[in-house]
Design a protein around this ligand. Structure first.
Ligand code: SAM
Length: 245
């Protein structure tokens, strides 16, 4: 399908993505609420329940594309402030906002912030009990590289959880969702940051991302076992799970 947006070459993709998140970092959390009509909170809570982090100080989670910290904060809280979470993101502006929020929530002791690329993780093999990524993998140019890095850094018995926009499977909802994302989201982006094009790109990236079945196949391809997915809100988002066994 063509929605009239210009085609983005792979090499250019990361640059555009970085530009978007650098611009919106300070307003990212409010933008999330506006654009998902608050639904991202429920989806993230459901992801954390699926993970059910162990209440142990040795429990280590890597939250990739962790941005302003939403997933990591929830994990640390759900573990009774026992777990340690590493928030990794390619964008220092997003991490900066995350670190400030962590201070305010008095969670800094349980968190480490790392600026790096999901395609090349600066950690040894077998370092983490869980790898989480929420609304991030769609932005990574080489998804297969990110998934094999996820596999590498997990311990045996470790869990992968990916929360991402997916394919809507409800007849009326898909129409409403199209109207919302192709018109409203770039308009909001323009109103808040002064520029619609990066948002058009992000919306387009949702359309290009593989659907539930195809993404599950990619996760299996990276070596994961017991791969399953759960749709949220008619498939607007989906949670994929896999294990390194
Ligand atoms: N996980 C957070 C959440 O759910 O609120 C933030 C999601 S935000 C939509 C996407 C994040 O992915 C941005 O912070 C962006 O900088 C990050 N990102 C994009 N490409 C990346 C890459 N190659 N490696 C690591 N992070 C990346």
């Amino acid at each position: 399908t063509s929605y009239g947006f210009r085609q983005v070459a792979d090499g250019e993709k990361q640059g555009l993505v970085n530009q978007v998140f650098h611009k919106v970092a300070k307003r990212y959390d409010i933008m999330n609420d506006v654009m998902s009509m608050g639904m991202h909170r429920a989806w993230k809570d459901a992801m954390i329940s699926a993970l059910s982090p162990r209440k142990e100080s040795g429990y280590k989670v890597l939250d990739v594309a962790g941005g302003t910290g939403d997933i990591a904060f929830r994990i640390v809280e759900a573990s009774g402030r026992q777990a340690h979470a590493t928030v990794l993101d390619i964008n220092g502006s997003m991490l900066g906002v995350g670190a400030e929020r962590a201070e305010k929530k008095k969670l800094s002791g349980n968190l480490t912030f790392v600026e790096a690329n999901a395609e090349e993780l600066p950690f040894e093999a077998g370092s983490f009990d869980a790898y989480t990524i929420a609304f991030g993998i769609r932005n990574v140019p080489r998804i297969d590289a990110a998934l094999s890095e996820a596999y590498r850094v997990l311990k045996r018995g470790g869990r992968l959880l990916v929360l991402e926009f997916s394919e809507v499977d409800m007849p009326l909802l898909d129409k409403i969702y199209d109207a919302w994302s192709f018109n409203a989201i770039p308009q909001f982006g323009k109103a808040i940051t002064g520029d619609a094009e990066p948002y058009q790109y992000l919306v387009e990236s949702i359309r290009k991302f593989p659907n539930q079945e195809n993404f599950a196949a990619m996760i299996r391809q990276a070596g994961f076992s017991r791969v399953t997915f759960t749709n949220y809100t008619g498939g607007i988002a989906a949670l994929h799970s896999g294990w390194k066994l």
